[in-house]
Ligand binder design. Sequence first.
Ligand SMILES: Cc1cc2nc3c(=O)[nH]c(=O)nc-3n(C[C@H](O)[C@H](O)[C@H](O)COP(=O)(O)OP(=O)(O)OC[C@H]3O[C@@H](n4cnc5c(N)ncnc54)[C@H](O)[C@@H]3O)c2cc1C
Length: 486
Amino acid sequence: MSKNAIIIGSGIAGLATAIRLKAKNYDVSVFEANESPGGKLSRLESNGYTFDAGPSLFTLPSLVDELFEISGEKPDENFKYYKKNIHCQYFFNDGTKFTAWDDQDKFINEITEVFKINAKSVLEYLDKSKRKYELTSPLFLERSLHKVNSFLNFNTLKAIASANNLDLFDTLDEVNRHHFKDPRLVQLFNRYATYNGSSPYKTPGIMSMIPHLEFNVGTFYPEGGMYSITDSLYALAKKKGVKFNFNSPVDRIICKNGVVEGIITKNEEHSADLVVSNMDIVPTYRKLMPDQKAPEKTLSQERSSSALIYYWGIRKQFPELDLHNIFFSGNYKKEFTDIFDHKKVPDDPTIYINITSKEDPEHAPEGCENWFVMVNVPPNSGQNWDEMISITKKRIISRLNKFLDADIEKLIETEEMLTPITIESKTSSYMGALYGAGSNDRNAAFLRHPNFSSKIKNLYFCGGSVHPGGGIPLCLQSAKIVSSLV
Ligand SMILES: Cc1cc2nc3c(=O)[nH]c(=O)nc-3n(C[C@H](O)[C@H](O)[C@H](O)COP(=O)(O)OP(=O)(O)OC[C@H]3O[C@@H](n4cnc5c(N)ncnc54)[C@H](O)[C@@H]3O)c2cc1C
């Protein structure tokens, strides 16, 4: 008889874990608090506009393909995506515009022309980025850091031996300033700290491996938008026999004598041979297992940044914009000091705009665009968000008016919002953090909660708040690690 597994939550990691355990012959049931799957990877409809509500940048699609392959299905028949020819359009405060092309020759031509830098220096940086990624990924991303045999693995030893070349002891900003003299290039490559919700002035230089994924591997767009990832994985899980229970918030994980026995939802007990929580690790301990001793040091780690997002239906098209667009602030250091030290919304934030109607025109009415406008902000610690929402909106509009020579306010015909408070209420993410614990600490990778409980047998954890971290690729890795540990 098959063993049965219960997954709490159907975020990307919950869906991936369900598919992986099903492929291992478990009888799998998912209990999800919301009425639909996806968690942060969800969709929003408003007055004829369709928005991807959460993640917008898609890297390492092979990790999604793999879920179809292990389930005996052809990925390209079930989930379609393509490589983007432009990674991002950059707009600097001094008026500089830069297109980050995927094609390496075009990219090198553009970067050398705009920033008057020699090609060798850029290629050297990207090469180092690649080496850092290849050395550390088998150690930090692909396995449980917390099992003894991980440390005895050859790749692990190799990585540790090379620690001096991994820039673990400088900050990302120091690494970038050392390599690039032009402050605009430093700002551009410092931006990668935000991919895990941290500050380039605090996060270790090893994060300079992230550009490798973009510039050497590529950025991708799933046909139909990011929500297609959720849609296609949900369809795959259902097809393979995973049972989904929506509107079913789990209230308790039942543990007896150090062994997990099941869960309670809506006053009903459901027994299980193993339970995987895809809920953020902090409320998993505080709300679902209040009687168990919590790992306080792990849970008290600083959270990653959060975001204010304005979903605007825009009654015009802007040919100078692409799928991903960045409008940099004038003082990047102050922006991150505001976020992480003063815990306030920056006065002059960097603005990110994602426009999926550039790829899928049906996401906006004819002649219009669906703008997902995001600024990084601190996680919620009681700030006056109502006030910040309207002040920040004015600041964003005034800066975009200058950059785009337009009157944006007049073009907004529909508006929806996401704030740290609503991120938490919709997905249970502690303090509304986008990526769980932050990575401002050099030891952050080692301090993240493992994918298993060392106290309670058969209890596992996946998702952005546990090892190896937040973001779609890492959440997918967490599911893979859980499945290998089971
Ligand atoms: C605005 C925004 C932008 C982002 N941009 C990017 C990006 O561009 N690229 C990228 O890779 N990543 C990005 N991220 C991060 C990425 O979205 C997350 O790391 C990832 O989606 C988290 O997935 P997860 O599996 O941890 O679960 P979550 O998405 O956090 O979902 C958890 C699920 O568990 C459910 N749940 C919680 N508690 C219970 C309970 N007690 N009972 C039942 N169900 C429960 C919730 O309802 C939810 O559905 C972004 C995130 C946000 C919010």
